[in-house]
Design a protein around this ligand. Sequence first.
Ligand SMILES: C[S@@+](CC[C@H](N)C(=O)[O-])C[C@H]1O[C@@H](n2cnc3c(N)ncnc32)[C@H](O)[C@@H]1O
Length: 248
Amino acid sequence: MAPTFTPGSEQTDSTNSNQFKDQWVPETRFGKWFLSTEWWSVFVLKEAIADLHQLAGKRLPANPVLLDVGCGQGASFPLLEQYFAPQSICAVDVDPALLKVAELSGENCRCEVGVHLGSVKKLDIPDDTFDMIFCHQLIHHISFRELAMAEIYRVLKPGGLLLLSESCQHFLHVYWVAWLFRHPKMEQKTAEGYIDLVKDAGFELTGSDVLESTPWWSKRDFGLLRKWGLPSSEPKTTEISLVAIKPE
Ligand SMILES: C[S@@+](CC[C@H](N)C(=O)[O-])C[C@H]1O[C@@H](n2cnc3c(N)ncnc32)[C@H](O)[C@@H]1O
């Protein structure tokens, strides 16, 4: 079995999140709870992974060495195993409390899983390490989006795949989302904004590598007006999933 990638010693104290305090807006208690629910796993995470799997299609590498950046509580690990059969998963997050749960999730995987404290602003990982990077709902939590994307690009092997899924401003700027969850104070990106961010970092992608959607849970009225036959506005894109390649 190929070795799990382990970030170097610069990753420093694995319990001390203070070193990243300018790079992290801690989530609310509600937000942390919500990330541990079946709702999150089934309606958000699984949907995104299934979409990304379909978008990647035949380009998916066999048994990839995979990075899950901003892994949270590791709810993704069993799904990543199911859909991508990775050789190993290296998981990084800035929140030590979430990582404790992620470690338990990793123990239930068949493949090797290494869970590490770190910030996407500067990953203590050599260039060109991973075959595939899964980045799910991380970018809207950070203000240094260009630096993060440059780091993701750096640690991906040439020819490797970035699988990214994000919420867009039409969802994140809704009052109840801003009330229940914590994000940096900044204008959130539209779907086009995410596509530009990824392209500007050097990745290649075409129109068919992108899926824009408006799932029911992201609609202001949860889709009820339409269901009840009442007038409702045209749905705007609230979620984006995309697959991009680091050129050889
Ligand atoms: C919405 S959660 C998504 C978690 C996970 N990807 C999932 O889908 O279950 C966003 C995650 O980004 C992490 N995060 C925030 N700032 C970060 C940073 N600077 N570096 C790495 N992770 C960060 C948070 O701790 C949190 O776990």
